[in-house]
Design a protein. Structure first.
Length: 241
């Protein structure tokens, strides 16, 4: 499928792994030039830099000051912005275990990073451009296992809708996507959801993964229509609603 992105200039945050890395590769395959932003480079991003069309930019977007100079660092105009950076720390200890600092860190990365990056780059967006915010199913299906993450993503979803109404008349589309569990490092890597739930007494990481997959209609991630809150997979046995 030709998405007519040949020659377009794109920026992707959280670009070093998972959904962000997949978005980078898809945009490159469509002929776009891509700037990928993440805290640090990986073997994958270094490999992409060895080819054509990709440039890596190191930035910790949880830092309130990190987005201030992005427009100059990116250089030129922007046609596509993918606000993907985020983290979903599981809270098996429940609401009382989530400190003010936890809430603030989660909001910084999962809501305010998109706000700040968009603000920084908006003046560089061309007419006909597109902003895509990677939200989460938990913006709607709030879950106590990721309570602060769910709230932050709900804020990101509301921000997306409001911004779309403001920028639409200016020829800039703003949309969100809301994935469920995806087989990335956030879920399956060291310190990811499966490992954290397992350590809290939810079985082995493989059992946690299997329980989440079995709760989906397709038996695998990502789900298409039905999904199950992550806490329904802790401990292990999941039931679909």
């Amino acid at each position: 499928m030709d998405l007519r992105l040949t020659g377009a200039r794109a920026v992707v945050t959280g670009a070093s792994r998972g959904i962000g890395l997949a978005a980078v590769r898809a945009l490159l395959a469509e002929g776009a030039a891509v700037v990928g932003i993440a805290r640090s480079a990986t073997d994958e991003t270094r490999g992409l830099e060895a080819g054509e069309g990709f440039r890596f930019l190191a930035a910790d977007l949880a830092d309130p000051d990190s987005a201030a100079g992005l427009r100059d660092a990116v250089g030129g105009v922007v046609d596509v912005l993918v606000n993907n950076v985020g983290s979903a720390p599981p809270r098996p200890g429940g609401f009382a275990s989530i400190t003010d600092d936890d809430w603030l860190r989660t909001y910084e990365l999962n809501a305010l990073a998109a706000v700040r990056v968009t603000r920084s780059l908006l003046g560089a967006m061309r007419y006909g451009g597109a902003i895509v915010n990677v939200v989460s199913e938990n913006a709607i299906l709030a879950d106590p296992l990721v309570m602060d993450y769910s709230a932050a993503k709900a804020a990101a979803l509301s921000f997306t809708k409001s911004l779309s109404k403001e920028l639409g008349p200016r020829g800039i589309r703003v949309n969100s996507i809301s994935p469920g569990p995806v087989a990335t490092a956030l879920w399956l890597g060291t310190g990811g959801v499966a490992e954290t739930v397992s350590a809290a007494g939810g079985g082995t990481p493989e059992e946690v993964r299997h329980g989440a997959e079995q709760a989906m209609v397709t038996g695998r991630s990502p789900p298409r229509r039905r999904s199950v809150p992550w806490s329904r997979c802790w401990p292990v046995r999941c039931s679909a609603t």
